[in-house]
Design a protein around this ligand. Structure first.
Ligand code: G6P
Length: 581
């Protein structure tokens, strides 16, 4: 989603803002902009494109001033154009705003301001914030009051940073925002990772609060004006540094980190979650995107082994279910802990007095703060927009969750880690298959039972990374309709390890083959029915297959993006954390 950043300190702001924006680009990257304040005036430069590109063409780094704000955008209101890029400056030119979130009633506010003579230049909802602040400041020239009078009019979920005269403002209503500090430097950021190398202390702002910063002081208040005294915490540096190491892309680095990241899971926090959840009758597992695919796996595993009533629900679709009562709990699965659809679903659970738990990767996230119990997958920072290593760690955490309930071992993580390393050693075979598929427009991915969510995740990765339209289906479902689309040029990936699903899938593969399609089998055994074979290692224990079979498919989606000259770290129109509805 959009990233917002602010700096006030001893150094020239622009180069620091650019450095941080580059790190946060995974949140949204269709346009970039910076405002700085110098000699009592605000200077703004902004344009569509990625940070490095815009920095070069617009010479953002040359902007003078030791106070500044910056933004990378993921468009919600208004097309991707230079004028819609942030920051947005008020008509007086004295207030500049960068915003993440949505102002739902912006049209009404804009019309009211137009009636009294204000001019608007963009199609965004964000521009109203700058002008409303100006309007309120002109009525009551007090910064604190102007903010209070502004936020009372805004409807929606947002966070914004503002250069307001010689102050920097951080305003948070239900969207992430932190303040970071080191020596005389103050940062405001939507993401701790963007500033983690620049700061040593952090303040996590509360919802419905704002802070007014200058070089000497930080004053924080609730939206109703009450003073808030925050405690600062020292920042912990995670296992991943923000570097691609020797890899071409973050996505590839993260795929290759899986043998290690899998072993970082915080088993203690998962055991604690299991202990609590074991007493609950009905579990609703929610997630979006990749995390929803893990929710489907969780439904399968918890249902099979624990005998509980489990529903897997896409977070966006989570509304109150008729059977939800005190004996129900919601478990949110989320890498970022920031996804708006997930947060909204958890808010519903909290409102209804239902237990709310989470399995996540970012322990400081909004979701972590809201939930009664949080299990941590600890896979380290994931920068690539398409989730990879978080997926395997999430699945492993579900296995551990189940193991603790049934008091029986299901998987051996160190052994699984070795199997994943062996898959990664076969990278070349995957590169060869990506060359075969690079001109394909549509792919079906088939899975049965617990392998269906893997098929679904594979289809998602193919869409995200390689821009190939891919559709997941249950093994035998093709014959109920999609057969009509099959011909000699159709490629079908089948997830077909040797377990209880194997024979049934082979029946489906035979039917498909006789209609001319080409089969790419993902299996531990080669079948003569496969035109191409994606080999996964043999294992005496078939429960391990769902944990390892996505790894070669992640590589396939990655290499297809390379074959097609796409940027796998920044797929078009996507963002890592979707913090708006
Ligand atoms: C976005 C990302 C996906 C991710 C989904 C859920 O759409 O592009 O890769 O799976 O959000 O994210 P979460 O952080 O909640 O797991």
């Amino acid at each position: 989603m959009c990233s917002v950043i602010g700096y006030y300190g001893d150094h020239t702001a622009a180069p620091i803002l650019i450095k941080c924006l580059k790190k946060m680009e995974y949140r949204g990257y269709d346009s970039v902009g910076i405002s700085t304040r110098h000699d009592n005036a605000i200077i703004t430069k902004k344009k569509t494109g990625m940070v490095s590109e815009v920095n070069k063409t617009m010479k953002l780094y040359k902007l003078p001033g030791k106070i500044g704000i910056g933004h990378t955008r993921w468009a919600t209101h208004g097309n991707v154009t230079d004028i819609n890029a942030h920051p947005h400056v008020s008509n007086s030119g004295r207030i500049s705003v960068v915003h993440n979130g949505i102002i739902e009633n912006y049209i009404e506010i804009r019309n009211n301001l137009i009636e009294i003579g204000y001019k608007f230049y963009s199609d965004t909802d964000s521009e109203v914030i700058a002008n409303l602040l100006q309007y309120n400041f002109e009525k009551t020239p007090n910064i604190k009051k102007s903010i209070m009078n502004t936020v009372i009019k805004l409807r929606g979920q947002y966070a914004f940073i503002t250069i307001f005269e010689n102050k920097l403002l951080a305003v948070r209503y239900h969207r992430p925002l932190i303040i970071g500090l080191k020596d005389n430097d103050r940062f405001i950021s939507s993401d701790i990772f963007g500033v983690s190398t620049e700061i040593d202390k952090v303040i996590h702002l509360e919802d419905r609060s704002f802070s007014i910063l200058d070089k000497k002081q930080i004053h924080s208040y609730g939206f109703d004006g009450h003073l808030i005294k925050y405690t600062m915490t020292n920042i912990k540096r995670g296992i991943s540094t923000i570097s691609k190491k020797n890899y071409e892309h973050f996505t590839l680095k993260e795929i290759f980190e899986q043998p290690e990241s899998l072993l970082q899971i915080d088993v203690k926090s998962i055991s604690e979650l299991s202990r609590i959840a074991s007493k609950i009758k009905r579990l609703y597992i929610i997630g979006s995107g990749t995390s929803y695919n893990v929710a489907l796996i969780a439904k399968y595993l918890i249902g099979k082994y624990c005998g509980k009533i489990v529903e897997a629900i896409v977070s966006e679709e989570f509304t109150i279910f008729p059977n939800m009562d005190k004996d129900s709990a919601v478990i949110a699965i989320s890498q970022s802990g920031e996804t708006a659809d997930v947060i909204d679903a958890i808010d519903i659970a909290i409102r209804e007095n239902i237990h709310a738990y989470a399995i996540l990767n970012v322990p400081t996230s909004l979701l972590a703060m809201k939930c009664d119990s949080v299990a941590k997958i600890n896979c380290g920072l994931e920068i690539g927009v398409a989730a990879t290593k978080s997926f395997t760690s999430q699945i492993a955490s579900i296995y551990i969750f189940v193991e603790k309930i049934i008091r029986r071992k299901l998987i051996d993580l160190p052994h699984t880690s070795k199997l994943i390393s062996r898959i990664l050693d076969n990278e070349l075979e995957i590169i060869n298959i990506s060359q075969v598929l690079k001109n394909t427009l549509n792919i079906y991915v088939l899975g049965k039972g617990i392998h269906y969510p893997i098929a679904s995740e594979c289809a998602l990765k193919l869409k995200e990374l390689s821009k190939i339209h891919a559709e997941s289906m249950f093994g035998g479902e093709l014959k109920h309709g999609a057969f009509t689309l099959i011909n000699n040029n159709t490629y079908i990936i089948v997830i077909n390890p040797q377990d209880e699903t194997y024979e049934d899938m082979i029946i489906s593969v035979n039917e498909i083959k006789s209609r001319g399609a080409k089969i790419i089998g993902v299996s531990n055994t080669r079948s003569k029915l496969y035109d191409y074979w994606i080999r996964i290692p043999n294992s005496s224990d078939e429960t391990v297959f769902p944990l390892i079979e996505m790894v070669p498919l992640q590589l396939l989606a990655y290499y297809l993006s390379i074959e097609k000259n796409l940027d796998p770290d920044h797929p078009k129109n996507l963002a890592k954390s979707v913090t708006v509805k």
